[in-house]
Ligand binder design. Structure first.
Ligand SMILES: [Zn+2]
Length: 204
């Protein structure tokens, strides 16, 4: 059973059973929801999956919560935020970020990391090598690295670094912060061309 909060563009919850694994995704807007609401969601999702009637008590509890003024204004804000920026393609002219992600995933994470959206940046910002965009659940890499003079290990390192951020999350507070804990740094050292990649990126 795998349950996670997910950055849907709206309040949304999904359930599916595939190959013996039950996958549940709850809108990340519901992270702070009281336990009675989470119980109601569990009931509703399971009832839907097994085509059973939904108990009115749970339906009402859930509806009341998501229709509360506070939740509605949060959802509205989210739609604006998440609807605005378009995520570009993972396939660049030279490098395919999805292929790089899968490669890194196999080499360093036993293939166990769920892949977020992978995207080259729209602009060509130099100040941001890469970042994780929680609003779109996307790893975005600056397009300047989609270039034949950029060694593959440098792009791999940027993706690896952002994947480590997903494994070692920091509480986001408005704008993005880049915090590297001791465990983060230790794991980062597993990347064989770490020094070469850093040297290359510093030269830019
Ligand atoms: Zn970082």
């Amino acid at each position: 059973m795998r349950i996670e909060f997910f950055a849907f563009a709206n309040i949304n919850n999904t359930i599916r059973l595939r190959d013996g694994e039950l996958r549940v995704r709850l809108s990340d807007l519901l992270e702070g929801a009281p336990e009675s609401v989470l119980r109601a969601i569990a009931h509703i999702l399971l009832a839907k999956m097994y085509r059973q009637p939904i108990a009115r008590l749970h339906a009402t509890r859930y509806r009341k919560y998501v229709n509360s003024h506070e939740m509605r204004s949060k959802a509205h804000l989210l739609r604006q935020m998440r609807g605005r920026k378009r995520i570009a393609s993972a396939k660049g002219r030279y490098y395919d970020l999805e292929a790089i992600f899968e490669d890194i995933n196999l080499r360093f994470f036993g293939g166990m990391q769920a892949r977020p959206q992978m995207s080259w940046s729209q602009g060509r910002a130099r100040n941001l090598l890469g970042h994780y965009d929680p609003a779109h659940n996307a790893i975005v890499v600056s397009r300047i690295f989609d270039h034949p003079h950029v060694p593959r290990y440098a792009v791999e390192y940027i993706v690896f670094h952002e994947m480590l951020h997903l494994r070692h999350p920091v509480k986001l507070n408005g704008s993005r912060r880049c915090v590297h804990s001791a465990e983060f740094r230790a794991e980062e050292k597993l990347f064989p061309q770490l020094e070469a990649a850093r040297r290359f990126l510093r030269r830019l």
